[in-house]
Design a protein around this ligand. Structure first.
Ligand code: CO
Length: 433
């Protein structure tokens, strides 16, 4: 008989218990969602508060078409995961939260996760006493060159708008023109403009005419290149609004005008067309603002089918996946062009900017000219000078949130709670996106 207490006895297996995490430092005490629309655009910001008085972080969770769903995801599912945790454990929190739903990714869950993730980066910067770009490796440029949005009812109006920006020091201008009688993307005052406009409150009525659009855009750029000269960088966004062969035809027709990039030629479901586009047209391509899963970018980057990644950073889950995606792009000569219109909060713009400053393969940053009320709600909002976006040197992301001011600008009334009404072809068919 062997002695049951002998050293050689195999012990019954026990469940593995990981060693306790670091126990010093602040803990998360509360996670709150702030909804505000200072300039009419529905913004979602997450505030992660700690048990140290006055120590908190802010993150952008803005999915302006589904903000209430994002708020529910934060309050019901992420807050319970966060309470009591150290705000230092950004990567672990991100990984644990990402798989806690089992079915993961998607714009609602990723935006919620971004709100928490960016708030933790903001907190880490405050704890370190450094701007976030320092935590990302330090800056490799002084500021981020911007592109602005010019538009008009015809080529001459677009030219005037572009000149106005060039006189203000911008060297990169995205140009969109109205298609007469047709609902048009990206034209100020058009029914589906990204800019706040009272027309947002109505359902769209004009039909979209892709054939007229494909005819008119090369004429626009022929005019702009001869009128504005060779120095200015011109950009254009198709916004996934034409059939794939038409997008390829348009890219070929735009070749002589030397675009800085042509954006979103295909809907995200049509990635199989990229090799053909690449063979057909020597035009730099920017793609991806509608992708949600960071892995969706990988095939296009590794096969060098695009030149710039367009990413709504909060839509892929925040700074944590975005910095990895940028590093991956660096090895393939692909540059960054983070999504930065008005439906990114100033906190999100600051997150974009810290990446812009720290990534060697930065390409260009989309600009939003913040309104006065937005600046009032978000003190420390990044500043635009000489056509570039400048960070302040405040620790963290550098943007604050005046909650009393935010409360004065609730979400506006809207028949669809801010969702986009459909764009339709003349026969009534719904057009993507
Ligand atoms: Co776009």
């Amino acid at each position: 008989m062997t002695n049951p207490s002998s050293d050689h006895t195999v012990q019954p297996s026990r469940p593995f218990v990981p060693p306790p995490w670091e126990t010093v430092g602040p803990r998360v005490r509360d996670v709150r969602v702030i909804l505000t629309a200072p300039d009419g655009i529905r913004l979602v910001v997450v505030k992660v508060e700690t048990d140290e008085p006055g120590l908190f972080g802010l993150g952008c969770a803005t999915f302006t078409q589904r903000p209430l769903a994002v708020a529910a995801a934060v309050e019901h599912y992420l807050k319970p995961l966060l309470l009591g945790r150290s705000p230092h454990d950004i990567e672990d929190v991100w990984q644990a939260a990402y798989v806690s739903s089992y079915w993961r990714s998607g714009p609602v869950l990723n935006n919620a996760l971004s709100g928490v993730d960016e708030a933790l980066w903001d907190l880490k910067g405050k704890l370190a006493g450094m701007p976030v770009y320092q935590l990302l490796g330090g800056r490799c440029r002084v500021a981020a060159p911007l592109y602005v949005h010019a538009s008009g009812r015809d080529a001459r109006e677009v030219e005037e708008d572009a000149r106005r920006y060039m006189e203000q020091g911008f060297r990169h201008v995205r140009c969109q023109v109205a298609v007469p009688g047709s609902s048009t993307y990206g034209v100020a005052g058009a029914l589906d403009s990204e800019e706040p406009h009272p027309a947002h409150l109505r359902l769209r009525q004009e039909a979209w005419d892709p054939a007229a659009y494909v005819r008119i855009v090369p004429r626009l750029f022929e005019h702009l290149r001869s009128a504005l000269g060779d120095e200015v960088e011109l950009l254009h966004d198709i916004h996934e609004r034409v059939a794939p062969p038409d997008a390829i035809r348009l890219a070929k027709a735009l070749e002589p005008y030397r675009l800085f990039f042509l954006e979103d030629p295909f809907a995200p479901e049509e990635n199989g067309w990229f090799p053909l586009l690449r063979q057909q047209a020597a035009v730099p391509i920017a793609m991806g603002e509608l992708y949600s899963n960071p892995a969706e970018y990988v095939p296009l980057i590794k096969d060098r089918l695009i030149d710039f990644i367009r990413v709504h950073v909060s839509d892929i889950g925040g700074l944590t996946p975005a910095r990895k995606l940028a590093a991956f792009c660096e090895f393939f000569g692909v540059r960054t062009a983070w999504h930065g219109p008005g439906d990114v909060s100033p906190v999100g713009h600051a997150a974009n900017l810290h990446l812009d400053l720290a990534c060697p393969n930065f390409g260009i940053q989309e600009a939003h000219l913040f309104g006065e009320r937005t600046r009032e709600v978000f003190p420390g909002c990044p500043e635009i000078r000489d056509g570039m976006l400048w960070a302040n040197e405040v620790p963290g992301l550098g943007v604050e949130l005046d909650e009393a001011a935010a409360a004065r600008y609730p979400f506006p009334e809207h028949p669809l709670n801010g969702a986009w009404p459909p764009v339709r072809l003349a026969d009534g068919t719904v057009q993507r996106p």
